[in-house]
Design a protein around this ligand. Structure first.
Ligand SMILES: [Ca+2]
Ligand SMILES: [Ca+2]
Length: 402
């Protein structure tokens, strides 16, 4: 008889050794694996616990080590490249991990700080120090390049146990070099809600921070569910038409960019969802499609914004510029003054915060009791122990006092 794995939860922990494909690695996996070995259970993708290409007694030994927290190696799944169709690619790391080169821009170090791992970061990108939220925690950590351009000599000298980098870039050249000196690259993005829980959970198992990552995942889930619950029954005609720009004027985001990916989940309609590969739009076409709300995503290298900024004048000027574009005065969004700017710092490793700002702009009545700044503040206090400040989104809509 062939038994299919029991589904104990709606997610699968994507780590080799999770033989029964549920949400954890425990004695049930040993039992399930014994069943595979004697032919009563179906083989599963994650049953090859030591990732050597065969399923046998050695995998039982590996699962026992993982349960005891004494494994010498751990193989986890990465979700690489492009959104919509990710490539699942396993990577093996030596355990335990005590030193990490966090080279995924600001997101990698931010996540490690939120997990209480700041002291284990041995290298960051030069740009990571621009993020005020966690700057104090990484002040003395050396910067060794950009997200896609690393000083390999320095990196190898530092001998990190692992390099943590973005999943959306191709690092094959660096990977080859680092492979030869035994340093694995683990690629994770943290900004895409669809794979957030899987990435963060895998990182938690890799760093032995399982409880902490569940708190992060729960925060995301709770706030995304709240938004979904409020917008799910909207009729099509109740959803505003949205034009969203990604960093540059007349430039759209990829479907899973923070800005474009938030339109539908926040109860809007993307006026350019029919454009496939072309991300540049014709200004005339924006006027013709007459959006009811205009969103413009920015970043501190384009416009002063974020944690360290207190002056809103740059945001105001940018909105004025958008409103004064030739022909835009005929657009519904301009007539009603519904033009908003948000920094990608609001998304980063907490996309639910970004979506809270956007949802409130799209549906101020539905979210009159939800204050995005309060959501943001809650996250910063809970996971970094810092107070909210700065300018992340502009202009904010007043929230009713309850
Ligand atoms: Ca399991
Ligand atoms: Ca094996």
């Amino acid at each position: 008889m062939v038994v299919t794995p029991a589904i104990a939860s709606d997610y699968t922990l994507d780590i080799f050794g999770n033989a029964n494909m549920d949400d954890t690695i425990d004695e049930d996996d040993v039992t399930y694996l014994e069943g595979i070995i004697d032919g009563t259970n179906e083989e599963t993708q994650l049953a090859d616990a030591n990732y050597d290409g065969q399923i046998d007694e050695a995998d039982i030994a590996q699962i026992e080590l993982i349960i005891a927290g004494e494994e010498k190696e751990l193989t986890l799944v990465q979700y690489l490249k492009h959104p919509v169709a990710y490539t699942e690619d396993p990577v093996t790391v030596s355990m335990p991990i005590t030193t990490i080169a966090a080279l995924g821009g600001t997101y990698g170090p931010y996540m490690l700080c939120a997990l209480g791992e700041a002291d284990n970061i041995v290298a960051i990108t030069d740009g990571a120090k621009t993020r005020g939220e966690f700057r104090a925690l990484i002040e003395d950590t050396p910067g060794i390049g950009k997200s896609t351009e690393w000083d390999m000599e320095k990196l190898i000298e530092l001998e990190p146990d692992v390099v943590l980098a973005y999943a959306c870039y191709d690092y094959s050249e660096y990977r080859d070099i680092l492979d030869s000196v035994g340093i694995p690259i683990v690629q994770m993005d943290f900004y895409v809600p669809e794979k957030y829980a899987s990435e963060v959970r895998n990182l938690g198992w890799m760093l032995n921070k399982q409880e902490r990552v569940e708190e992060l995942i729960n925060f995301e889930q709770q706030h995304l569910d709240f938004i979904e619950e409020r917008v799910k029954d909207l009729e099509e005609e109740e959803k505003p038409l949205i034009y969203a720009e990604n960093y540059r004027d007349y430039r759209l985001g990829e479907p899973t960019s923070s800005i474009t990916g938030s339109i539908v989940p926040c109860g809007g309609v993307d006026i350019f969802d029919d454009l496939e590969d072309d991300l540049e739009v014709d200004p005339e076409e924006v006027i013709v499609r007459d959006p009811q709300v205009i969103l413009h995503m920015t970043y501190s290298s384009y416009l002063p914004c974020g944690y360290d900024v207190t002056d809103m004048s740059s945001m105001e000027d940018k909105i004025d510029d958008i409103m004064r574009r030739p022909g835009f005065d005929q657009i519904d969004a301009i007539e009603s003054g519904r033009v908003y700017i948000i920094t990608s710092d609001a998304s980063s490793i907490h996309p639910s915060i970004f979506r809270s700002y956007v949802a409130k702009w799209l549906h101020p009545e539905l979210f009159e009791d939800m204050d995005p700044v309060a959501v943001h503040e809650e996250w910063l206090q809970k996971f970094l122990g810092v107070d909210f400040k700065g300018v992340y989104a502009y202009p904010l809509i007043e929230t009713e006092d309850l």
